[in-house]
Design a protein around this ligand. Structure first.
Ligand SMILES: *Cc1c(COP(=O)(O)O)cnc(C)c1O
Length: 383
């Protein structure tokens, strides 16, 4: 079976982990965390990056830092991972779900203004598949209504929008280093901000609400409980693994992009024939080939496609069940627009395997996709 995803191993992970063990500092914020933070700062242009245990943790930090109160509203897509909404709901705030664009499956910026109320505090765009949302327009709306912007850039490492790295464009951003992401340490993430006032509070929130980081820098003579917080920093073991991964981030991205381009050219004819739709990359966006997807003709077609691909040992998967129709989303959220694109596309999307090391099998995957699609098109059930 060809797996849908496989984590890439750069080569120096064990060496760095051994070094972390021998240095006898396994708790957070040691040399490897600092090394990762400076990589993030240099490569993403974020002035105050902080390594976290996950993107979920970074989103929760951001929700605390935004001072959300019960009843406050946050505008986000429904087509996203649960962590985007959980971070908001954990503060008692209300996710307001807005439909996505059919081309990128990102939040439809034209629907945001219509979802704003007097309780709106934050806009939370998600860069799906590492392809940027229309950030200029989102920032413009945020400025007019005095709202904060938090980017869920969990999938967006090495992607950019008009030259700016995803996650470093809004007031705050979250990156994921989960095993399913392009660059990973199993479970890991980063909180990004370039706002010094937010950065100062972020450091405290991440360290259980204490000013311990200031203490370690010698800026205060003892450390204190100064605000509400939690523990969001990862162990040096994770940071050591991640440091080795960041060293090869460029190479990993290049290999993924080559595979992405190959899929994209091999499915052009099917798109022209009106059978599938391929991903769209808007001008000004550089993406990281996190996902290669196709939009198939129907839900029934997709179900059969995944089943038949499994029959030839290729693991393909669907993606999010829209949050607005999930039990918790119905209870805790509200609709900020109609949801036709979300409902339609979430039923028809299929993701194909893409990971460095899969190159020699890609021809077989593409051939199998074509055969399965032709087979389904020729059946009289007419999916
Ligand atoms: C993966 C992902 C997350 C969660 O990342 P973790 O690091 O696993 O917490 C959040 N949002 C989106 C859009 C994701 O893809």
């Amino acid at each position: 079976m060809i797996p849908f995803n496989k984590s890439y191993v750069g080569g120096c992970e064990l060496e760095f982990i051994r070094d972390a063990i021998e240095s006898n500092t396994l708790s957070g914020d040691g040399a490897y965390t600092k090394r990762c933070n400076s990589w993030l700062s240099k490569e993403l242009g974020s002035q105050f990056p902080l390594l976290t245990q996950s993107a979920t943790a970074a989103l929760e930090m951001a929700a605390l830092l935004a001072d959300l109160n019960p009843g406050d509203e946050v505008i986000m897509p429904s087509y996203t991972f649960v962590s985007t909404a959980n971070a908001i709901v954990l503060r008692g705030a209300v996710p307001v779900f807005v439909d996505i664009r059919p081309d990128t499956l990102n939040i439809n910026e034209k629907l945001i203004s219509g979802a704003i109320s007097e309780r709106t505090r934050l806009i939370l765009p998600v860069h799906y598949a590492g392809v940027a949302c229309e950030m200029d327009e989102i920032l413009r709306i945020a400025r007019i209504h005095k709202l904060l912007v938090l980017e869920d850039a969990a999938q967006g490492i090495m992607s950019s929008y008009k030259g700016r790295a995803l996650g470093s464009i809004g007031d705050m951003g979250a990156i994921s280093f989960h095993a399913t992401k392009n660059i990973s340490c199993g479970e890991g993430g980063a909180f990004l901000t370039s706002n010094p006032e937010i950065a100062e509070r972020a450091e405290i929130v991440r360290e259980k609400g204490t000013n311990r980081s200031k203490f370690f820098r010698g800026e205060v003579d003892k450390y204190n409980w100064v605000s509400t917080g939690s523990s969001y920093l990862p162990s040096e073991l994770n940071a050591a693994y991640l440091a080795a991964q960041l060293d090869v981030a460029r190479e990993v991205t290049k290999r993924r992009l080559e595979m992405w381009e190959r899929y994209n050219s091999e499915f052009l004819a099917l798109e022209r024939a009106g059978v599938v739709r391929r991903p769209t990359i808007p001008p000004g966006c550089i993406h990281n080939a996190h996902i290669y997807y196709l939009i198939l003709p129907s839900l029934a077609f997709r179900t059969k496609f995944i089943e038949l691909m499994k029959g030839v040992d290729v693991s393909c998967t669907f993606h999010y069940v829209p949050l607005h129709s999930s039990p918790c989303g119905v209870e805790k959220g509200r609709l900020g627009s109609e949801m036709s694109v979300t409902e339609d596309f979430s039923e028809r999307i299929v993701r194909l395997p893409i990971w460095p090391g899969l190159e020699e099998k890609q021809g077989y995957i593409i051939k199998s996709c074509h055969e399965v699609i032709q087979k389904l098109l020729s059946r009289k059930e007419n999916y």
